[in-house]
Design a protein around this ligand. Structure first.
Ligand code: AMP
Length: 204
Protein backbone atom coordinates (compact mmCIF):
# COMPACT_ATOMS: atom_id res chain seq x y z
CA UNK A 1 0.00 0.00 0.00
CA UNK A 2 1.34 3.43 -0.99
CA UNK A 3 0.17 6.04 1.50
CA UNK A 4 0.56 9.81 1.77
CA UNK A 5 0.14 11.74 5.03
CA UNK A 6 -1.20 15.22 4.31
CA UNK A 7 -1.92 18.07 6.72
CA UNK A 8 -0.62 21.42 7.91
CA UNK A 9 2.66 21.75 9.75
CA UNK A 10 2.19 20.57 13.31
CA UNK A 11 -0.72 18.25 12.48
CA UNK A 12 1.32 15.22 13.56
CA UNK A 13 2.32 13.84 10.16
CA UNK A 14 5.85 12.97 11.28
CA UNK A 15 4.74 11.31 14.51
CA UNK A 16 1.95 9.33 12.84
CA UNK A 17 4.17 8.34 9.90
CA UNK A 18 6.68 6.85 12.35
CA UNK A 19 3.98 4.93 14.24
CA UNK A 20 2.25 3.72 11.07
CA UNK A 21 5.59 2.64 9.64
CA UNK A 22 6.09 0.36 12.67
CA UNK A 23 2.53 -1.02 12.61
CA UNK A 24 2.34 -1.59 8.86
CA UNK A 25 5.98 -2.59 8.27
CA UNK A 26 6.36 0.01 5.54
CA UNK A 27 9.20 2.54 5.31
CA UNK A 28 8.51 6.12 6.32
CA UNK A 29 9.79 8.63 3.80
CA UNK A 30 9.99 12.21 5.04
CA UNK A 31 11.17 14.79 2.51
CA UNK A 32 11.80 17.24 5.37
CA UNK A 33 14.24 14.77 6.98
CA UNK A 34 15.84 13.76 3.66
CA UNK A 35 16.37 17.41 2.70
CA UNK A 36 17.69 18.32 6.17
CA UNK A 37 20.25 15.50 5.85
CA UNK A 38 21.46 16.84 2.50
CA UNK A 39 21.50 20.37 3.95
CA UNK A 40 23.90 19.25 6.68
CA UNK A 41 26.57 18.44 4.07
CA UNK A 42 28.70 21.39 3.04
CA UNK A 43 27.88 20.98 -0.65
CA UNK A 44 26.41 23.62 -3.01
CA UNK A 45 23.14 21.63 -3.10
CA UNK A 46 23.13 21.39 0.70
CA UNK A 47 23.65 25.15 1.08
CA UNK A 48 20.85 25.84 -1.40
CA UNK A 49 18.40 23.57 0.41
CA UNK A 50 19.36 25.12 3.76
CA UNK A 51 18.65 28.63 2.48
CA UNK A 52 15.04 27.63 1.68
CA UNK A 53 14.43 25.47 4.73
CA UNK A 54 15.68 28.00 7.28
CA UNK A 55 13.22 30.61 5.97
CA UNK A 56 10.27 28.23 5.93
CA UNK A 57 10.11 28.36 2.10
CA UNK A 58 9.46 25.37 -0.13
CA UNK A 59 12.56 23.84 -1.73
CA UNK A 60 12.15 24.02 -5.54
CA UNK A 61 10.06 21.18 -7.00
CA UNK A 62 12.89 19.95 -9.28
CA UNK A 63 15.21 19.24 -6.33
CA UNK A 64 12.57 17.56 -4.15
CA UNK A 65 11.28 15.40 -6.99
CA UNK A 66 14.80 14.08 -7.73
CA UNK A 67 15.34 13.29 -4.04
CA UNK A 68 12.04 11.43 -3.74
CA UNK A 69 12.49 9.53 -7.01
CA UNK A 70 15.80 8.15 -5.79
CA UNK A 71 14.28 7.15 -2.46
CA UNK A 72 11.15 5.43 -3.79
CA UNK A 73 13.20 3.31 -6.17
CA UNK A 74 15.05 1.68 -3.29
CA UNK A 75 14.30 -2.00 -2.50
CA UNK A 76 12.62 -1.37 0.86
CA UNK A 77 9.73 0.37 -0.95
CA UNK A 78 8.74 -2.70 -2.99
CA UNK A 79 5.69 -3.45 -0.78
CA UNK A 80 4.74 0.20 -0.34
CA UNK A 81 5.71 3.27 1.65
CA UNK A 82 4.41 6.07 3.83
CA UNK A 83 5.16 9.50 2.43
CA UNK A 84 5.27 12.40 4.83
CA UNK A 85 5.73 16.00 3.65
CA UNK A 86 5.51 15.04 -0.01
CA UNK A 87 3.81 15.98 -2.28
CA UNK A 88 3.33 19.59 -1.20
CA UNK A 89 2.46 21.13 -4.59
CA UNK A 90 0.28 20.05 -7.51
CA UNK A 91 3.38 19.73 -9.67
CA UNK A 92 4.95 17.31 -7.19
CA UNK A 93 1.71 15.27 -7.06
CA UNK A 94 1.60 15.04 -10.84
CA UNK A 95 5.22 13.88 -11.00
CA UNK A 96 4.60 11.34 -8.26
CA UNK A 97 1.61 9.99 -10.20
CA UNK A 98 3.94 9.28 -13.12
CA UNK A 99 6.37 7.29 -10.96
CA UNK A 100 3.91 5.26 -8.86
CA UNK A 101 0.23 4.86 -7.90
CA UNK A 102 -1.05 6.24 -4.61
CA UNK A 103 -3.68 4.20 -2.74
CA UNK A 104 -4.71 6.41 0.18
CA UNK A 105 -4.09 9.96 1.35
CA UNK A 106 -4.57 10.48 5.09
CA UNK A 107 -5.55 14.10 5.78
CA UNK A 108 -4.79 15.17 9.37
CA UNK A 109 -6.99 18.13 10.29
CA UNK A 110 -6.15 20.66 13.04
CA UNK A 111 -6.94 24.35 13.60
CA UNK A 112 -4.40 27.09 12.81
CA UNK A 113 -4.17 28.01 16.50
CA UNK A 114 -3.33 24.40 17.43
CA UNK A 115 -0.75 24.21 14.63
CA UNK A 116 1.04 27.38 15.82
CA UNK A 117 1.01 26.22 19.43
CA UNK A 118 2.39 22.75 18.55
CA UNK A 119 5.12 24.07 16.25
CA UNK A 120 6.42 26.66 18.67
CA UNK A 121 6.82 24.05 21.43
CA UNK A 122 8.29 21.38 19.13
CA UNK A 123 11.81 20.07 19.62
CA UNK A 124 13.58 17.55 17.38
CA UNK A 125 16.47 15.15 17.93
CA UNK A 126 19.64 16.21 16.08
CA UNK A 127 20.57 12.61 15.36
CA UNK A 128 17.47 10.39 14.90
CA UNK A 129 14.91 13.13 14.09
CA UNK A 130 12.49 12.00 16.84
CA UNK A 131 9.95 14.70 17.66
CA UNK A 132 9.01 15.97 21.14
CA UNK A 133 6.85 18.69 22.67
CA UNK A 134 8.27 20.96 25.36
CA UNK A 135 5.08 20.19 27.28
CA UNK A 136 6.03 16.50 27.60
CA UNK A 137 9.78 16.48 28.20
CA UNK A 138 12.22 17.29 30.94
CA UNK A 139 15.75 18.27 29.94
CA UNK A 140 17.12 18.48 26.44
CA UNK A 141 18.03 14.90 25.48
CA UNK A 142 16.32 12.45 23.12
CA UNK A 143 14.62 9.62 25.02
CA UNK A 144 15.37 7.24 22.13
CA UNK A 145 19.07 7.84 21.38
CA UNK A 146 20.30 10.29 24.04
CA UNK A 147 21.36 13.00 21.56
CA UNK A 148 20.65 16.71 21.99
CA UNK A 149 17.27 18.15 21.04
CA UNK A 150 17.03 21.43 19.11
CA UNK A 151 14.45 23.88 17.85
CA UNK A 152 14.35 23.95 14.06
CA UNK A 153 14.95 27.39 12.49
CA UNK A 154 11.63 27.04 10.66
CA UNK A 155 9.76 26.38 13.94
CA UNK A 156 10.49 29.97 15.04
CA UNK A 157 7.56 32.46 14.88
CA UNK A 158 8.31 34.27 11.56
CA UNK A 159 8.82 31.07 9.60
CA UNK A 160 5.79 29.30 11.14
CA UNK A 161 3.42 31.94 9.74
CA UNK A 162 4.96 31.70 6.29
CA UNK A 163 4.81 27.88 6.29
CA UNK A 164 1.11 27.81 7.20
CA UNK A 165 0.35 30.36 4.45
CA UNK A 166 2.27 28.23 1.95
CA UNK A 167 0.35 25.13 3.06
CA UNK A 168 -2.96 26.82 2.28
CA UNK A 169 -1.81 28.16 -1.07
CA UNK A 170 0.32 25.31 -2.43
CA UNK A 171 -0.70 22.14 -0.59
CA UNK A 172 -4.43 22.40 0.16
CA UNK A 173 -5.31 22.07 -3.56
CA UNK A 174 -4.06 18.47 -3.27
CA UNK A 175 -7.20 17.59 -1.28
CA UNK A 176 -9.28 18.09 -4.40
CA UNK A 177 -6.62 16.48 -6.59
CA UNK A 178 -6.70 13.21 -4.61
CA UNK A 179 -10.52 13.27 -4.33
CA UNK A 180 -11.91 9.89 -3.22
CA UNK A 181 -8.51 8.67 -2.03
CA UNK A 182 -8.60 11.21 0.84
CA UNK A 183 -9.23 9.78 4.33
CA UNK A 184 -10.07 12.58 6.79
CA UNK A 185 -8.83 12.28 10.37
CA UNK A 186 -9.27 14.60 13.38
CA UNK A 187 -5.61 15.35 14.19
CA UNK A 188 -6.39 17.24 17.39
CA UNK A 189 -6.99 14.03 19.40
CA UNK A 190 -4.23 12.37 21.48
CA UNK A 191 -1.54 10.59 19.43
CA UNK A 192 -2.77 7.02 20.17
CA UNK A 193 -6.38 7.88 19.24
CA UNK A 194 -5.28 9.45 15.96
CA UNK A 195 -3.22 6.34 15.15
CA UNK A 196 -6.17 4.04 15.87
CA UNK A 197 -8.50 6.18 13.76
CA UNK A 198 -6.07 6.02 10.84
CA UNK A 199 -5.58 2.24 11.11
CA UNK A 200 -9.35 1.72 11.28
CA UNK A 201 -10.03 3.89 8.25
CA UNK A 202 -7.24 2.25 6.25
CA UNK A 203 -8.55 -1.19 7.23
CA UNK A 204 -5.01 -2.04 8.43
P1 AMP B 1 8.92 19.42 7.16
O1 AMP B 1 9.91 18.75 8.03
O2 AMP B 1 8.06 18.46 6.40
O3 AMP B 1 8.11 20.47 7.87
O4 AMP B 1 9.77 20.20 6.04
C1 AMP B 1 10.70 21.19 6.43
C2 AMP B 1 11.10 22.01 5.23
O5 AMP B 1 11.69 21.17 4.22
C3 AMP B 1 9.95 22.72 4.50
O6 AMP B 1 9.59 23.94 5.11
C4 AMP B 1 10.60 22.93 3.13
O7 AMP B 1 11.57 23.95 3.17
C5 AMP B 1 11.33 21.61 2.93
N1 AMP B 1 10.45 20.59 2.31
C6 AMP B 1 10.06 19.40 2.83
N2 AMP B 1 9.27 18.73 1.99
C7 AMP B 1 9.15 19.51 0.90
C8 AMP B 1 8.44 19.39 -0.32
N3 AMP B 1 7.69 18.30 -0.59
N4 AMP B 1 8.54 20.40 -1.22
C9 AMP B 1 9.29 21.48 -0.98
N5 AMP B 1 9.96 21.68 0.15
C10 AMP B 1 9.91 20.70 1.09
Amino acid sequence: MNIILLGPQGSGKGTQATLLSGKMQLPKISTGDLLREIAQGKTPLGEKIKSYQSKGLLVPDGIVIEVIKGRIQRKDCKNGFILEGFPRTLMQAEHLGKITAIDKVVLLKISDAEAVSRLSTRRQCKKCNAIYSLNNIEGNKCAKCGSDLYQREDDKPGAIKKRLQLYKKETEPLIKYYGKRIVEIDGSKPVENVLNDILKKLGA
